[in-house]
Design a protein around this ligand. Sequence first.
Ligand code: G3D
Length: 173
Amino acid sequence: MGSIFPVEARYVPILMIGLENSGKTTILHWLKSNQAVSTSKTVDPNAEKISLKEVKMSIWDIGGPNHNRHLWNHYLTKSQGLIYVIDSSDHARLHESISEFHDFIYKYMLSHMPMLVLCNKQDLPNTVSPIHLNRKINLGRDLYNLKIGSCCGLTGEGLHEGLSWIYNQIPNR
Ligand code: G3D
C-alpha cells in the first residue's frame, strides 16, 4: 500500500473517526466549503486537505469504528493526531460511542498522540455537554493529551477552536 497522505509537510495528517451518523462527513464538508484559502482538493475519496486560517491539515475520514478496522493501524502510523466525533444528541448510543473511543485508544496505545473529541450537534436540544462527557470519558490528563470540545457541523461553530488546538499540539508541523 502506498502513502495515504500527500507528501506536503505543512498539511498535518489527522485521522477522524466516530460512530456512523455522528457527523464526520458534515464536518468535513463544512471545513472544505468555509476555508479561508480555497486551494484544497480531494486527495482521496475520504481524505481532504483543509486550510482554515492558520490550520492546514489532511483529514482522513475512514468511517465508523465497524468499517475498515483492519486499516486503522496503517492510518494511525501515518497520522499525527486523532479527532473523535460524538453525536451528543444521541443519548441511546452515547455509552457505545465512549466505549469505542476507549477501546480504540487502549488498543493502539495512543498516549503519545494529541486527541480531540468533538461533541457534535450542539444545536439540538438535550445534548450532552463537553463537561458531562469529560466526566464520562475520565482519562488521566497526565497520561493523555486530550481536549473535549463542542461543535456544530452544520454551522461550523467550535470547529476552528478545536482544530486550532490539535494543530498546535503537533511538534515540528
Ligand atoms: P457520518 O459521516 O459521521 O456518518 P453525517 O455522519 O455527516 O452523514 O451526518 C449524519 C446526520 O447528522 C446528517 O443528517 C447530518 O446533516 C446531521 N448532522 C451532522 N452534524 C450535525 C449538527 O451539528 N447538527 C445537526 N442538527 N445535525 C447534524 P441526515 O438527516 O442527512 O441524515
